[in-house]
Design a protein around this ligand. Structure first.
Ligand code: NAP
Length: 466
């Protein structure tokens, strides 16, 4: 008897120890992810942390049978493996949205099943945590699914709005929170619980529908933070320490990331959530007149080969073209000729934070060659050629010069201050904000049309011949 009790308490301490270790590894992981040099290591710490959390949970005393868990592990592992293998880097934002939807749905299901099994017997404190978890989990589930659909192009990316929408959404939120508060004082009120559940699902849809696809990364990071808080609430409800730690880390890091992205676009969170940015009715962008000047590839190659300094400005188009390796090749060829090569990185270039850093790191571009906005902008007047590779919004001078522009105030890479600007893009397509870019009409700007990877590959040969 005593022997069995010792074994149980050893198991309990072992599980708690693995959770503590997991929590420490998650924190080390986040710390590592804050710098490109240590990001890979940080990711490994977080992976080991997750393994620890899984091992600890598999030994948990509440587990009575392993069949369903093993089936879930095999199925989930297979789906996760296939997704990470098949989904291209450019589709990462929608993949992340889908993961958030599943994670949040799992948190909501735990809450629903606990309430269904135990009901008011859980007591007021646990019902409060459960209701909070179900509320956030449900709205995050549908919100993330809509974000996924918008990013994947399954529903129109433009904001879908109607008159009085903000008022309707506020009323919906008030009704949902009303049910939540009613449950706190009357934990046995199952009807209030299920109405709250339905309203929260609907609120997730209504919250994300009016937001344009261009703002989806911010929304997702915010939903990520809700999913984290839902997981933390689950932790309180089922007394699980690793869920409390991981959920809180997730919740707050997601929120900080949303704030940082808004700052990089000079927008407020409320403007992102309620501003319907990027709608077809958005005015204020400069209607640039004149012609875009098309340039010849050989001329561009000569210009670059005899330059003192060339700055590459990557954007979303470099990611879709998967041109990062050939950019590196071109940089090497220029470097051999004594040209100084730098890369200018805008914090929201691409479709997710750090998008360009990840791609360039994959192509082994040395971190010391990457320059942030504040560092590189004063250097553009000394730059002979700024090569814009599939970037558009992040180099749009309207943000600086036109106070009426929807992106007014967004910090930009001031490539127009360089002696010459060459823009690599396929045609006259607009950026993600849908705005015209007056840069392309400036005198010092030349357009080199074509797929970025293709143009860069031909440039490598042409520079070698120059
Ligand atoms: P962008 O404004 O979306 O412009 C991308 C450009 O790439 C397009 O104009 C397109 O023109 C060109 N392109 C596409 N495929 C190409 C290919 N295969 N080869 C060559 N060019 C190609 O990109 P960005 O300047 O990187 O700006 C990012 C946008 O996302 C900003 O509006 C930003 O606010 C938003 N955003 C980003 C984040 C984030 O975390 N990174 C978060 C929130 C919002 P063509 O069609 O003519 O080729």
């Amino acid at each position: 008897m005593e022997h069995a009790a010792t074994a149980v308490s050893f198991k309990y301490y072992f599980v708690e120890f693995t959770y503590l270790l997991a929590g420490i590894l998650f924190i080390m992981g986040l710390k590592g992810l804050s710098h490109p040099d240590t990001a890979r290591r940080g990711m490994h710490y977080a992976e080991i942390g997750m393994l620890m959390a899984i091992i600890g949970t598999l030994l948990h005393r509440d587990i009575v049978s392993y069949e369903w868990i093993i089936a879930g592990l095999i199925l989930g592992g297979a789906i996760g493996g296939a997704i990470s293998y098949w989904v291209p880097m450019t589709a990462l934002p929608q993949r992340t949205a889908l993961s958030h939807a599943f994670g949040a749905f799992a948190a909501a299901l735990v809450g629903i099943s606990e309430y269904y099994r135990e009901g008011a017997a859980l007591g007021e404190i646990k019902v409060t945590a459960l209701a909070f978890e179900v509320l956030l989990g449900s709205l995050t589930t549908t919100g993330s699914l809509i974000a996924f659909a918008k990013l994947q192009g399954l529903v129109p990316g433009a904001p879908m709005t109607f008159k009085g929408q903000n008022f309707f959404n506020m009323a919906l939120l008030a009704a949902t929170v009303g049910c939540f508060i009613y449950l706190l004082v009357t934990p046995a009120a199952a009807v209030a619980f299920y109405i709250m559940l339905g309203l929260a699902f609907l609120f997730g849809v209504m919250l994300v529908m009016p937001i344009g696809a261009a703002d989806m990364p911010v929304v997702m990071s915010l939903l990520n933070s809700y999913a984290g808080l839902a997981a933390a609430a689950t932790g309180f409800a089922i007394s699980n320490n690793v869920l409390i730690i991981a959920g809180t880390l997730d919740g707050f890091s997601g929120f900080i990331l949303s704030v940082l992205m808004c700052k990089a676009m000079n927008r407020s969170i409320t403007n992102v959530l309620f501003g319907a940015f990027g709608s077809a009715t958005d005015g204020g962008g400069t209607q640039a007149g004149g012609e875009m000047r098309e340039v010849n590839l050989e001329d561009v190659a000569t210009q670059m080969a005899y330059a003192r300094q060339v700055v590459f400005v990557p954007g979303y188009g470099m990611a879709t073209a998967q041109a990062q390796h050939v950019v590196r090749e071109l940089a090497d060829v220029l470097d051999e000729r004594g040209v100084t090569v730098k890369y200018a990185i805008h914090p929201v270039a691409g479709r997710m934070p750090g998008h360009m850093n990840v791609l360039l790191a994959e192509a082994n571009v040395p971190y010391s060659s990457l320059y942030e906005l504040e560092q590189i902008n004063p250097d553009f007047p000394n730059t002979d050629v700024a090569v814009v590779i599939g970037a558009n919004d992040v180099v749009n001078p309207d943000a600086r010069d036109n106070p009426k522009s929807p992106i007014a105030g967004m910090p930009i890479l001031e490539v127009d201050h360089a002696k010459a600007v060459i823009v690599l893009k396929r045609g006259k397509g607009k950026g993600f904000s849908g705005l015209e870019n007056p840069l392309f009409f400036k005198e010092n700007c030349g357009m080199l049309y074509g797929d970025a990877k293709d143009s860069l590959t031909r440039l490598v040969h042409a520079v070698q011949q120059a």
